[in-house]
Ligand binder design. Structure first.
Ligand code: ATP
Length: 430
């Protein structure tokens, strides 16, 4: 049986992945079939708290060789590659319900937990819709048709609960999440930065660990949640060894999740003419004007497909990524990936590909007077030049020009680690 849960946490505490560890503990009379799943959904839903994560576990009787995927309270946790699903029963539903009622942050008005239990995986399109669009609870839940479900408060958490169950990975990554001892929750985290850098270098299959530009440990959250850090990687095998390289406070428990993080599953191929707010698009176009910096340090540049133009925005937290945008010039051909924001209508850039650089010619010097060997003076904007000594005139085009060194190469660019979305595919993943 598949158990999906979402929307149990708040900015004040808890974490839906921690609840997954408790769920696994509660159902220790079953085997875990496959890794527990941490599924990120549409990062543009207005009501998400942080990274729009939902979780799903599959329970039953495992077959084949077990593999160690975690440790809870000093006890190794294993999962099986295959197995026979347990048949969902009312008693299972009651146990899961009681767990959520004990742990979820109900007092937060934005927390609307959802629990679904199903004998089968719901149709895959439920996942693709929920990762790319804003969906309505009614039809979504009806289509999923789980055997048991309960939504608390406005019931919205059910959207994530069934969508997480519906995920069939095309691309996939893994995350080993290390949790803090409960007595440490809310206090400053102790993780030695040098050991994180060492881990990052030793395990090239991991990503988003350390922000070398901002000199910042990126794999630890800053919220008071139970997570100490999360090591993301292309494969699960080396994640425990990577964890053992990191010097930190005592780890209370850890667990490896199968995830859609770093996959770009949220991106839709689109045209500048048919962008829809609250989706994330990949669009190709030509730079239509000079980039400009607005209040707050955000950078804006317009791109066009010849019929329509849209502004693209790189926000201040993206730091040096803005300098890439600043170097763009009218005529450059680029592809942008990012979230379509409704108001102001703009693309929040997550990644960009410089396909073609326009040749930009800039004036180097005013024309030289052949008679006096002196630089002429401008008469006025667009009105040519005149020699101050002999009065000889010259046209604007007589000035000396040079091809601008763009200081920009064709290729892909992305924001620093700390400014990336969980679901965005880092360039390191190729
Ligand atoms: P986390 O903190 O665990 O990363 P989050 O707190 O940012 O996640 P949630 O608490 O899960 O996000 O809140 C997101 C809410 O939006 C959930 O109730 C979820 O069911 C719902 N939701 C998720 N995807 C969609 C979607 N595509 N359309 C509508 N609602 C969605």
């Amino acid at each position: 049986m598949y158990v999906g849960v979402d929307d149990t946490d708040s900015t004040e505490g808890m974490c839906t992945t921690y609840l997954a560890t408790e769920l696994i503990r509660e159902f220790s009379d079953f085997d875990l079939i496959g890794f527990p799943r941490l599924v990120r959904l549409n990062p543009n839903v207005p009501w998400k708290t942080r990274g729009n994560a939902a979780i799903c576990v599959r329970l039953g009787k495992g077959t084949g060789n077990p593999r160690v995927i975690g440790n809870i309270d000093g006890k190794e946790l294993v999962c099986y590659g295959t197995g026979r699903d347990a048949e969902p029963e009312k008693a299972h539903f009651k146990r899961a319900t009681a767990l959520i009622e004990r742990l979820a942050m109900f007092e937060d008005p934005k927390t609307n937990p959802g629990l679904a239990i199903s004998a089968h995986k719901p149709p895959a399109d439920l996942y693709w819709k929920a990762v790319r669009e804003v969906v309505k609870l009614g039809p979504h839940l009806e289509h999923a048709n789980p055997k048991f479900c309960h939504g608390w408060k406005n019931r919205r958490g059910l959207i994530g609960a069934v969508s997480a169950m519906a995920w069939r990975p095309l691309d996939r990554t893994y995350e080993l999440i290390a949790y803090r001892e409960p007595k440490k929750w809310g206090t400053p985290r102790k993780v030695e930065a040098a050991s994180v850098i060492a881990m990052d270098k030793k395990f090239p299959g991991t990503f988003n660990n350390y922000d070398y530009e901002e000199k910042h440990v990126a794999f630890s959250p800053s919220s008071p949640c139970p997570i100490l850090y999360g090591i993301r990687g292309n494969a699960p095998d080396y994640l425990p060894a990577a964890m053992n390289t990191v010097k930190s406070e005592i780890i209370g428990r850890w667990l490896i999740f199968l995830t859609n993080q770093g996959t770009d599953d949220h991106i839709i191929n689109a045209s500048i003419s048919n962008l829809r707010p609250f989706t994330s698009a990949r669009i190709r176009g030509t730079i239509a004007g000079m980039p400009r910096i607005i209040g707050g340090g955000h950078l804006i540049f317009p791109i066009t497909n010849g019929k329509k133009t849209v502004d693209c925005t790189v926000y201040e937290p993206a730091k040096n990524f803005r300098h890439v945008g600043e170097k763009l010039r009218p005529g450059d051909v680029i592809t942008v990936m990012g979230a379509v924001r409704e108001s102001p209508f703009t693309i929040n850039v997550e990644k960009l590909f410089v396909e073609e650089l326009a040749t930009v010619i800039e004036k180097k010097a005013n024309p030289l007077c052949g008679k006096c060997n002196k630089r002429m003076k401008s008469v006025g904007k667009g009105q040519g030049y005149k020699c101050a000594r002999c009065g000889k005139k010259a046209k604007n085009s007589d000035a000396e020009f040079e091809v601008l060194d763009r200081g920009l190469k064709t290729g892909w660019y992305e924001p620093p680690v700390g400014a990336r979305r969980h679901i965005s595919k880092p360039l390191k993943r190729g």
